[in-house]
Design a protein around this ligand. Structure first.
Ligand code: ADP
Ligand code: MG
Length: 348
């Protein structure tokens, strides 16, 4: 694996730190969001928690998840807050959720990588489960994608960072199983982090995590055909999900979607497409993508997993090869000459 890690400074507009860009405002709004009324977990603001590695002071809520809430806090000692700020993910005391939190704590502590969330502590009491991790500042990729189209070379840089994290995850025998832009965090300092290992499992199904289908499996847009059919999946399921993310980064849209107002019907329609429908070629949606790069995305989306790449490493090497050869963008520029000049002027 390459030791020289690419930072994402160039993906994020330079003024990210200045707070000028729309997505920074969105991120701020996102993190400052009021707790939702249907929050299943009670309000922990200003509460003190006794963990296994220290006492924590909960400060304020910064995010909502499917099974609980995420708070910002600090470690607490002799009446004083010490150390860096931390994040505390709090889940309702429900057997399925507890299992999911235990699994997440287990997996996170198996992994040590700059692009994977670091876990500091895990504990439970009679009312809830608590996962203490590093605090991330920035926005999830899904929020960033709502605000902007990612330039091709930046999409590939992001892809390479995600693949480096997947290489670490898969080398440990773990399958993430919920890879999607909601679970990819872009930090203000240009670091990318994979979060949310709540439905991960050891490849082949070994380990103490059973699929907790009672807990929502989330959006079907990123789910592989084999994952739709069975919960027993291997690392190739993550490669398919990565393929959907790469497709979305390159085209601005996921290949399989539905606008059906009924959630169950919508989900069913998307699942069916994953199994039956061939995705529209990337270049029909973004002609600036090269044929070679399109081929990488489409190969990742093979229905038959044996047709996919064998490993995250193989995909990363292909992307790096294309990037180094300057083959990410199509040489036939379909933009009208005037548009081309304007784009150059605006450096797009
Ligand atoms: N360590 C963290 N630092 C900052 N925000 C976080 C952190 N972990 C999670 N979040 C925020 O909380 C949201 C839900 O967290 P996640 O781990 O994805 O939970 P869930 O399993 O409920 O989806 C994320 O989308 C993110 O916005
Ligand atoms: Mg999540």
């Amino acid at each position: 694996m390459s030791q020289q890690r690419t930072k994402l400074m160039f993906v994020l507009p330079v003024s990210l730190r200045g707070g000028e860009q729309a997505f920074v405002r969105r991120a701020t709004a996102f993190f400052g969001k009021e707790p939702l009324s249907q929050d299943p977990v009670k309000d922990y603001t200003a509460k003190r928690l006794k963990g296994t590695k220290g006492t924590y002071l909960v400060e304020r809520k910064i995010g909502d998840g499917s099974v609980g809430a995420v708070y910002k806090g600090r470690r607490f000692e002799d009446g004083l807050a010490v150390g860096d700020e931390i994040a505390i993910k709090i889940g309702r005391k429900d057997p399925a959720i507890t299992q999911r939190f235990r699994a997440e704590a287990f997996f996170l502590t198996q992994l040590s990588h700059p692009s994977i969330l670091t876990c500091y502590d895990y504990f439970e009491d009679t009312e809830a489960t608590f996962l203490v991790t590093e605090l991330l500042k920035g926005a999830v990729l899904s929020d960033i994608l709502k605000d902007m189209r990612i330039p091709i070379k930046d999409a590939v840089a992001m892809g390479i960072l995600i693949l480096e994290a997947l290489e670490e995850i898969h080398s440990t025998g773990i399958v993430h199983r919920d890879l999607k832009p909601d679970n990819i965090f872009i930090c203000e300092d240009g670091i990318l982090k994979i979060i949310d290992f709540g439905v991960s499992r050891i490849e082949g199904g070994v380990g103490f995590t059973r699929t907790t289908m009672g807990v929502t499996m989330g959006t079907p847009e990123y789910m592989s055909p084999e994952q739709i059919a069975s919960s027993n999946v291997d690392a190739k399921a993550d490669l398919y999900s990565f393929g959907i993310i790469l497709y979305e980064l390159l085209t601005g849209t996921v290949p399989f979607k539905s606008d059906d107002p009924d959630e169950k019907t919508r989900s069913l329609m998307i699942r069916t497409q994953h199994i039956e429908r061939t995705p529209a070629a990337v270049r029909t949606l973004n002609a600036a993508v090269s044929k070679e790069l399109e081929a990488v995305a489409l190969r990742l989306l093979s229905k038959d997993k044996t047709q996919r790449y064998d490993s995250a490493t193989e995909v990363r090497e292909d992307l790096e090869r294309l990037r180094n050869a300057g083959s990410l963008e199509s040489t036939t520029d379909t933009r009208p000459p005037g548009r081309r000049l304007l784009d150059r002027l605006l450096k797009r």
